[in-house]
Design a protein around this ligand. Structure first.
Ligand code: C5P
Length: 456
């Protein structure tokens, strides 16, 4: 397997042991393979290895419990003032968290979710895979308490543990406990990252391991892509939409145990990676072109068994009055301008929202170039939605999006919950959307059963 860490963001936690000095070389090798490395030093590690060396090698500022800078500031622009909290931001952008060396103290804290230093905050907050490379004295390593903690990290939290190697130790003894050699740390990181990509798409890995099964057996109807409104057999009006968001939502919903009906204008089979997902037994893909076809497919599949509708499609607001069966010919005798008569298309999500039961939810998207939140809020109300996702125009045709998740607060519906997320891969944005969607569904069901109980 060719080793490359191109475009990968690695958060490297360094905890306080003599092996910490090796992390300067580790960072250097990770960088050579193309990774972007953010080093997080624990309070005790700072006395073993210099933050300055790690900053110079990683080309990023080093984070500690007391760092006041943000990830943006850490890289290029020292004047950028941004409100992200370090540990959440680092937890979100990491493709992997590597902790090397991991001391007995660090392992104990990770195993018991104790968070008294930045690296533990990040590890608790992340959804990325976590890999640790322990290093310590032999007797400490073999202590049943440490071994119990290691077992817990492996079995309960699915962390990967790179076994320490045997040899001379700093405590002037010899035995197992040395930090694994850097090559095996790097190849483990590479393997985990490769597996992470494959497991997203491989049919064999659809057991959703590691994903909360909080949509188990829920039925979700999702639309994706830009509708095409044909003037004649070859020409159409459309919106620039890749269908990535709808696909990511379908994929993440399947991982969480849902049954998904995906109504899409995009031919995902052209993409060899995506086409693997299309054979998932819990996915029904309906391919459509126009907004009229999309409306029919959405309406036809919206019944009482549907728990949630997510309208991620970019539906054309208008379509041509006439759809000609033959290609329109250019007429050289007529004037150089032509007039196209358009009619307004029905609003699909508004239409479905008007029919929903008290336990069904509808979710819309709002793409805006200005007044993002206010315009989204208006659409949330006008279309009677339970949640709206607001994003800027740069999400169009991109694999990434910077979204705001907006919905009435569950404990005070007169106020809005507004969750602003960083720019990230659409599958991560989808993951967040579905977390909130499952909360809303749960709350609706609880309120409804309360109401029924009161009436009976
Ligand atoms: O285009 P607009 O900003 O109003 O879109 C907001 C939401 O309404 C989106 O989720 C979009 O998919 C949905 N919509 C729809 N039918 C339309 C227009 C938009 O369902 N005709």
């Amino acid at each position: 397997m060719e080793l490359t860490l191109e475009n990968k963001t690695i958060v490297l936690g360094v905890t306080g042991g003599i092996a910490s000095y090796k992390t300067v070389e580790l960072v250097s090798q990770l960088k050579k393979l193309g990774a972007n490395v953010y080093v997080v030093l624990s309070s005790s590690a700072a006395s073993f290895v210099s933050a300055l060396s790690l900053e110079v090698i990683s080309c990023n500022r080093v984070f500690t419990k007391d760092s006041k800078h943000t990830v943006e500031e850490s890289t290029v622009n020292p004047f950028l003032n941004n409100s992200y909290i370090d540990h959440i931001h680092l937890a979100q952008i990491a493709d992997i968290i590597l902790i090397a060396p991991a001391t007995a103290n660090c392992i104990g804290k990770l195993a018991h979710a104790i968070s008294d230093d930045l690296i533990y905050d990040i590890t608790l907050a992340t959804k990325a895979p976590v890999v640790i490379a322990p290093a310590m004295n032999t007797n400490m390593w073999l202590h049943p308490g440490v071994q119990d903690n290691i077992k817990r990290l492996r079995d309960s939290y699915a962390y990967s543990v790179i076994q320490p190697s045997a040899g001379a130790l700093a405590c002037k003894t010899s035995g197992i406990g040395r930090l694994a050699d850097l090559d095996s740390i790097i190849s483990t990181v590479n393997k985990i990252l490769t597996k992470k990509i494959l497991s997203k798409y491989s049919k064999l890995q659809f057991n959703s391991k590691g994903k909360p099964q909080n949509l188990l057996d829920n039925n979700i109807l999702i639309s994706a892509g830009g509708t095409k409104e044909y003037l004649d057999p070859v020409r159409f009006i459309s919106n620039d939409s890749s269908g990535e968001m709808g696909f990511a939502l379908a994929q993440e919903a399947l991982y969480r145990g849902a049954n998904v009906i995906l109504v899409s204008t995009v031919n995902y089979r052209k993409d060899p990676i995506k086409s693997a997902l299309l054979d998932h037994p819990n996915l029904l893909l309906l391919e459509v072109n126009s907004s009229e076809e999309m409306l029919k497919a959405m309406e036809g599949n919206f019944n009482e068994s549907i728990d949630a509708v997510i309208m991620a499609a970019a539906v054309s607001d208008y379509s041509p009055m006439k759809h000609l069966s033959k290609k329109i010919k250019k007429d050289n005798d007529t004037a150089s301008t032509v007039t196209l008569e358009l009619k307004e298309n029905p609003d699909i999500i508004k239409h479905l929202s008007a029919q929903k039961s008290p336990i069904q939810i509808t979710v819309g998207f709002s793409l805006e170039s200005e007044d993002l939140i206010e315009n989204a809020r208006k659409k949330l109300i006008a279309k009677n939605l339970d949640m709206i996702i607001a994003n800027g125009v740069d999400a169009i045709n991109s694999k990434e999006s910077e979204i705001n998740i907006i919905y009435p607060k569950l404990d005070d519906p007169n106020k809005l919950e507004i969750i602003k997320l960083i720019k990230q891969d659409k599958s991560l944005s989808a993951d967040h959307i579905l977390d909130h969607l499952s909360l809303i569904l749960k709350s609706k069901h609880e309120k409804h059963s309360h109401l029924i109980n009161r009436q009976t």
